[in-house]
Design a protein around this ligand. Structure first.
Ligand code: DGY
Length: 323
């Protein structure tokens, strides 16, 4: 394909294969440092490039968008777009795309990883072995909780939540979910999933809760002290969605006081910072935003971004427009 050389800025390094694919057709600048670009560099880029490919580690706020008039496409490398000021982009006629679908399985796998690590105390066990503190097998050592027969409460029931539900069914779990509407009946039936129109009712019904809602102001602290209080005594919380959905002070209180047995987190409100109190708690598993981190997925995400750029460059409908 030969498209006039559009100038593209990719804000973080991508897997090599997709960097090469993108560079075949465009004049691409990759951020060689692979460190987040500061706000003023991003703002200047709005005047220097035709397309910007940000990630969740960039903050494309209204000030950045006001930085220049040249960028006409924000082709996000990732499915979540709460780090992009959509209204500001829309007002300037800038299209925004994302990468839905291709990271569903990887993120559902990681949700199960966290659920298993939290309920089976995998982090505690690993730290014990590495510290040379394991004294051998004994009947009461690091007892966790079985998944079989337990209710998994999903907050949000989109693609990743449903893929998580499929996996959880294979572990013998029962599925309940909270969302704005009951899901398409075929999907909910296959999973034998029970719909709760009320968040706290779902939280009261679940042994383990997993979050699958987008970030942004509408879901900020959706899991606050009252929501955590509504959760069952000894329940677990897993978050592979966005950090700001959870009030981490309230979570730390519940993990310290014993109301919750454990938690597994992959996302935090101000990444890469991790709330200080959580770092000190043994019963929370902390991963560094690995939800989509498989080679296959990160390449597929790159290919989705490229497909959106090609569509935009050739005047076709954008496959993954979000605005
Ligand atoms: C996303 O795609 O939104 C993830 O959080 C980053 O992979």
């Amino acid at each position: 394909m030969c498209v006039a050389k559009l100038r593209i800025l990719v804000t973080r390094r991508w897997p090599e294969a997709v960097e090469q694919e993108l560079a075949e057709d465009y004049d691409v600048t990759f951020n060689e440092s692979d460190k987040p670009l500061d706000q003023s560099t991003l703002a200047s880029a709005m005047n220097e490039y035709d397309v910007l490919c940000p990630t969740v580690s960039d903050r494309i706020d209204a000030d950045v968008i006001a930085g220049g008039d040249r960028v006409k496409l924000l082709a996000n490398y990732g499915v979540g777009f709460d780090h992009i000021a959509l209204e500001a982009a829309r007002a300037k006629g800038i299209a925004v795309t994302n990468t839905p679908g291709v990271l569903t399985d990887a993120t559902a796998d990681l949700t199960m990883t966290l659920l298993l690590m939290a309920t089976r105390r995998g982090g505690e066990g690993e730290r014990e072995v590495r510290a040379g503190q394991w004294t051998g097998w004994r009947p009461t050592h690091l007892l966790g909780s079985s998944l079989h027969g337990k209710v998994l409460g999903l907050v949000g029931f989109g693609r990743i939540a449903q893929a998580t539900a499929c996996r959880a069914r294979a572990f013998g779990m029962k599925i309940a979910y909270y969302g704005r509407h009951p899901a398409d009946s075929k999907c909910a039936c296959d999973l034998d999933a029970h719909f709760y129109p009320d968040l706290h009712a779902l939280l009261r019904a679940a042994d383990m809760v997993s979050l699958h809602v987008p970030g942004g102001t509408q879901t900020r602290h959706m899991i606050d002290a009252a929501a955590i209080k509504a959760m069952r005594e000894g329940a677990y919380l897993v978050n592979t969605a966005r950090g700001e959905v959870v009030d981490h002070e309230a979570l730390a209180d519940a993990l310290t006081g014993g109301h919750l047995a454990g938690a597994g987190l992959d996302v935090y409100p101000e990444e890469p910072k991790v709330p200080e109190r959580l770092l000190a708690l043994p019963n929370v598993v902390l991963l560094p935003h690995l939800g989509s981190a498989t080679r296959e997925t990160r390449e597929a995400m790159g290919r989705k971004v490229i497909a959106n750029i090609h569509a935009w460059a050739t005047g076709q409908n954008l496959p993954d427009a979000v605005s």
